[in-house]
Design a protein around this ligand. Sequence first.
Ligand code: AR6
Length: 181
Amino acid sequence: MARQLGNARLEVIVADITTLRVDAIVNAANSSLLGGGGVDGAIHRAAGSELLAECRTLQGCATGGAKIIRGYRLPARRVIHAVGPVWHGGGRGEDGLLASCYRRALELCQTNGLVSLAFPAISTGVYRFPTDRAAGISVRTVAEGLSHAPIVSQVIFCCFSDASARLHEQALAGLGGPCVD
Ligand code: AR6
């Protein structure tokens, strides 16, 4: 499912994010930026050890932040490491920290001249953020953040299950705007 929002096409797909040929894929990293399981592990495996070598130069990243590096052996040109919050029940600023990941990733696209990017469902795996709540935050934050990142013309919500895709499609439908093929 896809929706046109101003200059940008927003799309929900089910795929392995490491296979996508876009300007940047976002990684759901931890604050060390030195790898882990889930999508982080998949990205490190697919990109090769040079990715880890560049990660070592970054000196980590705060929760809610994002840092950009090269894509190495990935089809994507760049990887944006975003550090989502661990879900503790919602009282520790988790919503704001998750939104911040999406905003910061869009800002990095704008400053680096990147027009297409793909997000995984940050924090919804190991970090246990409720999936429906996270889908709403991700789609709304991207829709709002695009006004500050006018260079971005394609955003893919790359889900890893049909259930996750349905939640993102519902959130996308809630935005209004024309559906596109
Ligand atoms: N492509 C797209 N989505 C994926 C892929 C993939 N190849 N693999 C998993 N997902 P998670 P988090 C989905 O756990 O919750 C790591 O150890 C997955 O189904 O990867 O932010 C890090 O180092 C889920 O929907 O990230 C951190 O320590 C989503 O990606 C910690 O996990 C996020 O799940 C971060 O936890």
